[in-house]
Design a protein around this ligand. Structure first.
Ligand SMILES: *[C@@H]1O[C@H](CO)[C@@H](O)[C@H](O)[C@H]1NC(C)=O
Ligand SMILES: *[C@@H]1O[C@H](CO)[C@@H](O)[C@H](O)[C@H]1NC(C)=O
Ligand SMILES: *[C@@H]1O[C@H](CO)[C@@H](O)[C@H](O)[C@H]1NC(C)=O
Ligand SMILES: *[C@@H]1O[C@H](CO)[C@@H](O)[C@H](O)[C@H]1NC(C)=O
Ligand SMILES: *[C@@H]1O[C@H](CO)[C@@H](O)[C@H](O)[C@H]1NC(C)=O
Length: 628
């Protein structure tokens, strides 16, 4: 309300500049103090080099580091308040990804591709393109943070901030690990409050929380032309309205993420243990329906989190999904970089497990601003517009293969102990963070926690009985639902939800229902700004085993053997589809949508230094439309 009022009276009241509302007041004109880049000097993505490696922390971990946290929030805020026309402003940097479809740093479009961002999706370059993108953001933020630290007056406090600043690296948001007991899957620092109190160089002040939302300064509806993005003055999640009064419903986003954490965690654990091949791991490439072991991918998991963070269509009825729901707008939301740093972390962890597997040449399935559909992409394809040198050389996948050359790493890749190798340390971390809800680790955990209540009966004999029903020696059977659909099957992003039992009538109740298993999000473009995706098919998975074990426990299902499970799933597995706008679709009306179930025998890890070993797929069958 206040912001709009300011806009109206802007000419009369020069002090009421909406662009400055919520910025930190340093007590001087910050724009004059900021180091100016040499005119015409290209921005080169450098990082810090392998001699100066710092750890990218989980956002809640960074929050415990008072100096770095303060500097981080001030840095992001300052970037958001930078002049939109500057190539390093929030608007320009996040605009590289999708909208506005503009040239950044003179790296022009391939003729015909003017209506795309630079980002590569459904592409073998999906993980590698985003790596230098994150480093660019990190280095711009780092430079701002060093300057902010220099603005503390001399003295003990100033010394502390100046000492902390060089340690800064961007944080990630772990959406797959069980959140800490005092927080939700959506961190309170991101979704809790639109403003935040900062104890900065000019004292304690309340500023706009730069992680909650980004306010356009100003919104340029020529560059964000389609409704309602052309009236939303700030980024929103699960928005309340399609007009300029839209508010985020972060509580709902948090609730939906909480309801999906277990499924995301299981999907990630399977991705780490059953996807040794970069081709399958890296991206959502519309694999042939015959290849049922590789429907999951890093990109597909990433897509699901995008749709959940945008609101998943579960916000107010008939209101468009938030910015995170759509490829062209997603990067404006401050949660985007937190999410993508997690994606890069998964990539780096996976590389430690499978160091030999890498980018192989394949045709692009979608165009970007500088690459065309059908063009062969390989490990030497330039990751435009990210310059590796001022002589005009761009980073390539081969060049970014070892992330440490940029001067960052992740906690799971630092052993700290002299005699532990990185691979072992990484595997233990994966088991600890993401293996807990996997059936593979469940029995060991249940036995350790014998006597504690849980969904499995807590007497030894019951555990033994169940062990007999589910495990055969150290082997057991995993059940997974493969979901495949055309990326642009609907004129919006959407999510396919699976249930074991009944689908509640009210979609707001879907994720909260006991019968809800999980969802596969389809991250697309809104119709008016369609990026050319053609007939591109994408896929993702919903692991079913944990739910089926619960049914064995409750006696509804005799065992995990195909002769029982197949009939059971044919009867009870249900699908439901919701668009980012909240529109509910009849799955039978989406001809390209298919849900196929398969099972595989898996050897459970004997120790926490191992991951489950997957066999080849055995049973499979299609869940027909009638049961949907
Ligand atoms: C910051 O500096 C300005 C200008 O010197 C001053 O008016 C303002 O009160 C200061 N803010 C705080 C919280 O001290
Ligand atoms: C809005 O965007 C258009 C197209 O890029 C540009 O020509 C115009 O100058 C922009 N307006 C403002 C106020 O920045
Ligand atoms: C299935 O995908 C895996 C991993 O990409 C690959 O190794 C295998 O050859 C594929 N199988 C078929 C039948 O396409
Ligand atoms: C550009 O710079 C890079 C890095 O310094 C170097 O490896 C490359 O050979 C140079 N290329 C040209 C064309 O000068
Ligand atoms: C990555 O680079 C670092 C620093 O040069 C080196 O220690 C490490 O062995 C490299 N990792 C791989 C997998 O090559």
């Amino acid at each position: 309300m206040a912001a709009r009022f300011c806009l109206l009276v802007l000419a009369l009241l020069p002090w009421c500049i909406p662009a400055q509302r919520g910025a930190y007041d340093y007590g001087f004109d910050v724009s004059r103090q900021l180091k100016k880049r040499q005119f015409g000097e290209p921005i080169v993505v450098k990082g810090w080099g392998s001699d100066n490696i710092q750890v990218r922390q989980e956002i809640r971990e960074l929050e415990r580091d008072r100096e770095l946290w303060t500097l981080y929030l001030l840095g992001v805020s300052l970037m958001q308040f930078s002049d939109q026309s500057s190539p390093t402003s929030w608007y320009s940097l996040t605009g590289i990804h999708g909208i506005p479809y503009k040239t950044w740093q003179d790296v022009g479009p391939t003729p015909g591709n003017e209506r795309s961002g630079y980002c590569t999706h459904a592409s073998i370059l999906f993980p590698t393109w985003h790596r230098p993108y994150l480093v660019l953001y990190e280095q711009v933020l780092y430079d701002l943070i060093q300057q902010i630290a220099s603005w503390w007056p001399e003295g003990e406090a100033g010394d502390r901030y100046r000492a902390a600043a060089p340690r800064f690296r961007i944080p990630y948001w772990d959406w797959a690990a069980a959140p800490p007991s005092n927080d939700r899957a959506l961190p309170a620092s991101v979704g809790g409050s639109p403003d935040v109190v900062i104890d900065g160089p000019n004292g304690s002040q309340r500023i706009a929380n730069p992680l909650f939302s980004y306010s356009f300064k100003p919104l340029n509806s020529t560059e964000l032309p389609s409704s309602p993005f052309n009236v939303w003055g700030a980024t929103v999640r699960a928005p309340s309205t399609n007009d300029n009064r839209a508010q985020s419903n972060n509580a709902l986003v948090a609730q939906n993420l909480d309801a999906n954490v277990q499924s995301l965690s299981e999907r990630l654990y399977i991705l780490f243990s059953n996807y040794p091949d970069y081709m399958a791991f890296s991206h959502n490439n519309g694999r042939p329906a015959t290849n049922r072991t590789s429907y999951e991918s890093l990109e597909s998991l990433h897509d699901s989190v995008h749709t959940l963070a945008g609101g998943g269509g579960l916000g107010a009825p008939n209101v468009q999904g938030g910015h995170m729901s759509y490829i062209p707008y997603s990067a404006f939301d401050p949660i985007f970089f937190l999410h993508h740093t997690m994606v890069d972390r998964i990539f780096a962890i996976w590389q430690t497990l499978y160091p030999e597997s890498w980018v192989t040449p394949v045709p692009a399935q979608m165009s970007s601003y500088t690459t065309s559909k059908g063009e062969i992409q390989d490990s030497n394809t330039p990751l435009t517009p990210f310059l590796a040198s001022s002589n005009g050389t761009f980073w390539t996948s081969d060049m970014v293969r070892n992330h440490t050359r940029f001067g960052y790493t992740y906690p799971e890749l630092v052993t700290g102990l002299r005699n532990t190798n990185v691979r072992t340390h990484t595997t233990r971390s994966i088991n600890r963070l993401y293996g807990q809800s996997s059936p593979a680790n469940r029995f060991q955990e249940e036995r350790k926690a014998r006597g504690l209540s849980g969904s499995i009966p807590d007497t030894t004999s019951d555990v033994q009985r169940l062990k007999g029903l589910v495990f055969n020696g150290n082997r057991y059977r995993e059940w997974i639902a493969n979901v495949r659909v055309k990326k642009q099957a609907l004129r919006e992003s959407f999510a396919v939800h699976l249930f074991l039992g009944t689908v509640p009538r009210d979609p707001q109740m879907w994720s909260l229902s006991r019968d809800h298993i999980g969802s596969v999000g389809v991250f697309s473009a809104d119709d008016a700004n369609a990026m050319p995706m053609g007939e591109l098919q994408i896929s993702g998975t919903v692991p079913l085993t944990t739910r089926l074990i619960n049914k064995v426990v409750s006696g509804e299902l005799l065992s995990l053997e195909p002769k029982y499970v197949e009939n059971y799933l044919r009867k009870y597995l249900k699908k439901a589809v919701i668009g980012a706008s909240g529109r509910v679709y009849n799955p039978a009306g989406i001809p390209t949508l298919g849900v196929e179930v398969f099972s595989t025998l898996v050897r459970a890890p004997a120790t926490e230094d191992e991951l489950p070993a997957w066999g080849s797929p055995e049973t499979r069958f299609e869940i027909s439309e009638r049961s949907g």
